[in-house]
Design a protein around this ligand. Structure first.
Ligand code: FE2
Length: 398
């Protein structure tokens, strides 16, 4: 992201001596994407950032997946995964339950009240969407406040920790790539353009650095193995939160869904109008409360559509989703509408939407261009009747 930010004490010239009041040198670290050829930041540490004293295996939670076969549209009820008493023992990092995954992205869900371990994902960027509750996210770049409706974008390899205030519901999108605003909304130099549904003012980075003094500090690292995703537990000689200043264009930030300005039209606007972010082989869209189609003969709910090239995953987080009313979809639901199946409004919704001027709906959508497989969390909370919801009955009733 080409939006420059600086925090704390940095020297006037990069790669030059930077000392504290006692004359001690700070240690400069470049965090840079695509080698040294894309966005980066320079961080100034009190201690050498490479100093580890131990490395052991961190066993990750169950990340196995099974194909969506036989192919079915599916409905998951995520709130059933975490009864209230489980949240007290879960944290946002280790408590995640995988619901969907492929070679480009993993989607998981967690309800957590406990502080997480220090953690970084060295496989790709994460966007954590806060369905409800709030948390502080401490990072090497400084602290972020995460509240309901926030997308918290944590760049690859950013060491951080989640501290919920009470309990937080988090929908976690872990990419195997970077996540950024859609290219078509960026100028050739990287500024968000006038027709983008949000701008730099809506992106909230860290506001102050965090410096901790502690020896022998554990950090969990998710990384690539030879064939699968694996974890390592490092012990650092000093606390990784020792950065006294940094600047650059790579850092974590929050973006709230309420700042997504909807793009509307006389006739139905297709999902790309709702796009907020993109990664390799997937997009993330925001469906927000909005005035709807105003052509005198318009039909405001979507037309039926075959996603020829993608799986479409909708997470319903607020309001009442007009097109699927009556299908069982509600707050906390996820619908999976895969490639190879045509989907659209619930019977009756098409006609009922004529003349409606406003949709009060809130949803986060992920469209992937490779098929998603089902994680253990999906099997644990599926409404198995959903596939037949357009017909009104399944095979047992014929
Ligand atoms: Fe759709």
């Amino acid at each position: 992201m080409a939006y420059y930010r600086r925090l704390g004490a940095i020297p006037p010239k990069r790669h030059t001596q930077h000392r504290n009041a006692d004359g001690q040198l700070y240690y400069e670290e470049l965090m840079g994407e695509e080698g040294f050829s894309s966005d980066s930041s320079l961080l100034y540490h009190r201690y050498i950032p490479s100093a580890i004293v131990d490395a052991t295996i961190w066993d990750l939670p169950d990340l196995t997946t099974t194909p969506n076969h036989p192919l079915k549209p599916r409905h998951l009820k995520l709130h059933n995964l975490f009864p209230d008493d489980l949240a007290a023992d879960a944290d946002v990092v280790t408590g995640r339950r995988l619901i969907l995954g492929n070679a480009d992205i993993r989607i998981s869900y967690v309800v957590a009240a406990k502080e997480s371990p220090l953690y970084r994902n060295s496989i790709g960027d994460e966007i954590v969407y806060i369905e409800s509750g709030s948390a502080t996210v401490e990072t090497v770049f400084g602290s972020l406040n995460a509240t309901e409706g926030d997308h918290v974008l944590i760049p690859r390899s950013t060491t951080h920790r989640w501290s919920p205030q009470g309990s937080v519901r988090a929908y976690v999108m872990e990419a195997n790539s970077h996540i950024a605003p859609p290219k078509r909304y960026l100028s050739k130099y990287g500024q968000l353009l006038e027709h983008a549904p949000y701008c730099e003012r809506d992106l909230h980075g860290p506001t102050e650095t965090i410096v901790r003094e502690q020896a022998d500090v554990e950090v969990l690292v998710k990384h690539r193995g030879s064939t699968a995703i694996v974890g390592t537990r490092f012990v650092y000689a000093n606390h990784p939160f020792d950065v006294i200043g940094w600047d650059g264009c790579l850092y974590p930030f929050t973006f709230n869904i309420s700042d997504f300005e909807p793009i509307t039209g006389r006739v139905h606007q297709p999902p790309p109008a709702h796009q907020a972010f993109e990664g390799d082989n997937f997009v993330i869209c925001n469906f927000v409360p909005r005035k709807v189609d105003y052509h005198p003969l318009s039909i405001p709910v979507p037309y039926y559509h075959s996603n020829v090239d993608s799986d479409e995953i909708m997470f319903y987080v607020g309001g009442d989703y007009e097109a699927r009313k009556g299908s069982g979809i509600g707050q906390g639901s996820v619908s999976i509408h895969p490639g190879g199946h045509s989907h659209g409004p619930q019977p009756g919704a098409y006609e009922r939407s004529i003349g409606v001027e406003f949709f009060d709906e809130l949803a986060v959508m992920v469209d992937t261009f490779r098929p998603l497989e089902l994680g253990e969390g999906a099997a644990a909370c599926e409404d198995t009747n959903y596939a037949w919801s357009w017909a009104g009955h399944g095979p047992s009733a014929t």
